[in-house]
Design a protein around this ligand. Structure first.
Ligand code: SF4
Ligand code: SF4
Length: 320
C-alpha cells in the first residue's frame, strides 16, 4: 500500500493561482515516446482551436521544439545568486560555512571562504553573514525560451551543460508560463523521465497526468513506480501505451499499477506516419491529420476537453 502524504502537502501540491487546467505528460522511463505524445496532444488541442501552452520541463534534454519543427526563440538567461566573499570584511565567524546545506563552503585559510561544489543560490550564507562580507554575485544556470506559433506557445528551459541545478530551471520555466496562464485554454507539461523530485516539481498543480509507457518489462516496472508516486499526491492519472503492438507484454502493462485500476487513455501502435513525423520534426496531427494515429490524439484531446467544459480547472480540492 502507498504511503499517504499529509493532506496539507497534497493540498499544496494541487494549489495554483489560476484556473487554466494543467495536463501533465510523464513516464517512469526515458525513450517511451513521452515528448511525441506531448507535442501531438498540443497539436491536437490547437487543431481544435484551443490556445495551448506547452512547457518542456525536460531541461536536461529539451526536444519538444525539434519534434514540433520550430526553432527556439526569445532566449533569456536564468541566473541564481552566487556568493562573492570579501576577505577584508570577513571576521572569520564561519556562520556561512555552517549555514550552507550543500556543504559547499570551505574555510581554506583564516578569513578566506571558498565556494567548492554546487551552489543552489539559496542565499543562506548571504543572510547569516554578520559582517556584510558576502556580496550577491550571479551565476547562469541555463536559458529560457518562449516560442510562439499561432495558438501554441512553447516554453523551454535548457540547462547549462554540466550543471545540476535543473530544478531551478524547471521552476523558472513554470513561473514564466504560469504568469501567462490566463492567456491559455490549457497548459501541457512535458516532464523529464523518471520519478525524481524534478518530475514531481514539474507536475505540481496538474489536474490530470498521462503516464506514457510501452509494453515491455522495463516499461511496466517504471510505470508502476510513476503511478505509485502520482497516487501519493492524489493526482488523477491515466495511461498511454505507446508502441502497443510490441509483442507479448501488453496484457501485463494493462494490469500494471494499482491492480490495473488506472484507465488506459490511449494506445498507439508503431506506424509509418508517426515515424515520418518523428523524422521530419512535425507532429503527425499536422502532417497526416486524417491518419488513424492523428485521430487517436484528436480523440484524446476531445476526451480531456470534455473534462473541462468551460476550460477552467475543476475543484480538485473538493475531491481530495
Ligand atoms: S559569515 Fe561572513 S564573516 Fe563569517 S566567515 Fe562567512 S564571510 Fe566571513
Ligand atoms: S547560496 Fe546557499 S548553496 Fe550557495 S553557497 Fe550560499 S548557502 Fe551554500
Amino acid at each position: 500500500m502507498n504511503k499517504k502524504l499529509h493532506p496539507e502537502i497534497i493540498k499544496h501540491f494541487h494549489s495554483t493561482t489560476f484556473t487554466t487546467p494543467i495536463i501533465g505528460v510523464t513516464g517512469g522511463k526515458g525513450g517511451v515516446g513521452k515528448s511525441t505524445i506531448a507535442v501531438n496532444l498540443a497539436a491536437a488541442f490547437v487543431a481544435q482551436g484551443k490556445k495551448v501552452a506547452l512547457i518542456d520541463a525536460d531541461v536536461d534534454a529539451p526536444n519538444d521544439s525539434l519534434l514540433l519543427g520550430i526553432p527556439l526563440e526569445n532566449p533569456e538567461p536564468v541566473t541564481i545568486m552566487q556568493p562573492v566573499f570579501d576577505p577584508e570584511k570577513c571576521t572569520d565567524c564561519q556562520k556561512c560555512v555552517k549555514a550552507c546545506q550543500m556543504n559547499s563552503l570551505f574555510r581554506s585559510q583564516p578569513k578566506t571562504i571558498t565556494l567548492l561544489g554546487e551552489c543552489n543560490g539559496c542565499e543562506a550564507c548571504y543572510l547569516v553573514c554578520p559582517a556584510e562580507a558576502i556580496g550577491r554575485g550571479s551565476h547562469s544556470v541555463g536559458t529560457l525560451y518562449t516560442t510562439k506559433r499561432g495558438n501554441l506557445t512553447l516554453y523551454t528551459g535548457a540547462l547549462q551543460p554540466g550543471l545540476a541545478e535543473s530544478a531551478l530551471l524547471v521552476n523558472a520555466v513554470r513561473k514564466t508560463a504560469f504568469a501567462d496562464a490566463d492567456l491559455f485554454d490549457i497548459i501541457l507539461v512535458d516532464t523529464a523521465p523518471g520519478t525524481h523530485c524534478n518530475v514531481i516539481g514539474a507536475l505540481k498543480g496538474a489536474d490530470h497526468v498521462l503516464a506514457v509507457t510501452e509494453p515491455t518489462p522495463l516499461g511496466a516496472h517504471d510505470l508502476e513506480l510513476i503511478l505509485s508516486l502520482l497516487d501519493m499526491f492524489a493526482v488523477q492519472t491515466s495511461v498511454v501505451i505507446n508502441r502497443s503492438d510490441l509483442p507479448g507484454q501488453k496484457a501485463k502493462t494493462e494490469k500494471t499499477g494499482r491492480a490495473g485500476s488506472t484507465p488506459v487513455a490511449a494506445e498507439i501502435k508503431q506506424n509509418k506516419d508517426l515515424l515520418a513525423g518523428y523524422l521530419q520534426g512535425r507532429p503527425v496531427v499536422n502532417l497526416f491529420p486524417n491518419s488513424s494515429t492523428a485521430k487517436i490524439f484528436l480523440g484524446l484531446a476531445d476526451r480531456l476537453a470534455a473534462a473541462y467544459p468551460d476550460w477552467k480547472k475543476q475543484a480538485r480540492q473538493e475531491q481530495l
